[in-house]
Design a binder for this molecule. Structure first.
Ligand SMILES: Cc1ncc(COP(=O)(O)O)c(C=O)c1O
Length: 398
């Protein structure tokens, strides 16, 4: 079986397993509300725009002003040159991450692929957390290094694997700072100790930690009070808490220069439009001048945790912006999703292949701009819906 016949059979398989994905048509009215094509108004309880910067008037104004100089950037940075804002934003990102230098990629996905596929050479070994994002997995696949997967956040097992597989060449430990589907935080101090003992680099994908972790939202390093050093490489994206678009890698000047020479997603793809760079730069400035947004995000997250815990449903203590409600069964997850949708709450159902089969979940996330009363109301409706559908007064998923 091949081509259309195979594709059709796979589509039907998705239907049978309740794994079909549809692209929702949703026009956002502001950072937290959207309206469908049929006029159904929804509270969006699963945004990645954790600080509500996507709709910030100054961010929009910066993009509009800069867009007057032409929209597209017309080519890759090394061929047609780059708007000065690219260098400016890289300097700002490097300073924010307390790193020597930074390099912008078009997306966070490309940043991971561009970094990992370039630094992972033949004879090198990459140790990757089993729950790492698809872009890390794909970066590993594209590299020429040997890839060893370690159980989620299991430092003891990682030590054993390092002993077993560490070669004489370069070695990398790769982890997300905050895991995108679980909200768990990487055990960075222990990972760093291992990196030092085994002379490895550590790559931290802080896509969901920027603007969220640490007093001022600098990410996982700030959260653990760790200062960057040349062993630490930080990956990030402007597409989540900065409400914009574009990925980046922060590290030593030497690493960044090397990526400029060798990283194919950087070399061979048209640069982001300058309006996008302007928006990211403005968002970063607002984040730094308004740390209260980060504090409010934490308050609203605590509110969610306490409303859920009154019904015996708990989240990890360290989880802030990502509060996954793990249901397990795909059909039941979709039932809760659909019921909430009818009530005007959009809470994304995450299923295979984003998570393993049988680990389906509703990915509740927090935005600092949620109104308190509305957020409380949404949370209690989510809790009640779960209780009704599970038939369990504590909303447990047997
Ligand atoms: C951990 C992680 N890394 C990277 C990415 C990719 O970022 P972007 O959306 O900017 O491509 C994502 C996005 O979902 C993510 O969750």
């Amino acid at each position: 079986m091949h081509g259309e016949t195979y594709w059709q059979s796979e589509i039907e398989k998705c239907h049978r397993m309740n794994l079909t994905r549809n692209i929702p048509m949703l026009k956002f009215l502001d950072g937290t509300h959207g309206v469908t094509e049929t006029g159904h108004r929804l509270f969006v309880a699963c945004t990645n725009d954790y600080l509500g910067l996507r709709f910030h008037p100054e961010v929009i104004e910066s993009a509009q002003k800069c867009g007057c100089g032409g929209f597209g950037s017309s080519g890759a940075r090394l061929t047609t040159g780059a708007h000065p804002l690219a260098n400016q934003l890289e300097k700002e990102l490097a300073d924010f991450k307390r790193s020597e230098a930074a390099l912008i990629f078009n997306t966070g996905y490309m940043a991971n692929i561009g970094l990992i596929s370039t630094v992972g050479c033949s004879g090198d070994v990459i140790f990757s957390d089993e729950k790492n994002h698809a872009s890390i997995i794909d970066g590993c696949k594209l590299s020429h290094a040997k890839v060893v997967i370690y159980p989620h956040r299991d430092v003891g097992r990682l030590r054993e694997l390092l002993n077993e597989h560490r070669s004489g060449q370069s070695c990398f430990i790769i982890t997300e700072g905050v895991f995108s589907m679980d909200g768990t935080v990487a055990p960075l101090p222990e990972l760093l100790q291992l990196a030092e003992s085994f002379d490895a680099h550590i790559v931290i994908d802080d896509a969901h930690a920027l603007g969220v972790l640490g007093e001022r939202g600098h990410g996982t390093l700030e959260y653990f009070n760790i200062l960057p050093n040349p062993r630490i490489i930080q990956v990030g994206t402007c597409s989540k808490a900065l409400g914009s678009l574009g990925g980046f890698v922060c590290g030593s000047k030497c690493l960044i220069q090397y990526l400029c020479q060798r990283s194919r997603p950087f070399i061979c793809s048209t640069m982001l439009p300058s309006s996008v760079l302007a928006a990211s730069s403005k968002s970063l400035q607002i984040l730094q001048s308004q740390p209260e947004r980060v504090h409010r995000l934490k308050q609203l997250s605590e509110m969610a945790k306490s409303i859920f815990s009154e019904c015996g449903m708990t989240f990890l203590p360290e989880a802030v912006a990502i509060l996954p409600i793990i249901v397990g069964d795909e059909t039941r997850t979709m039932k809760i999703f659909e019921n909430l949708y009818q009530q005007g709450i959009y809470l994304a159902a995450i299923r295979y292949p984003s998570v393993p089969l049988g680990h389906a979940r509703l990915r509740l996330s927090v935005c600092s701009e949620y109104g308190e009363d509305e957020w409380k109301d949404v949370l209690s409706r989510i809790v009640n819906t779960i209780k009704t559908i599970t038939g369990d007064s504590h909303g447990r998923f047997p």
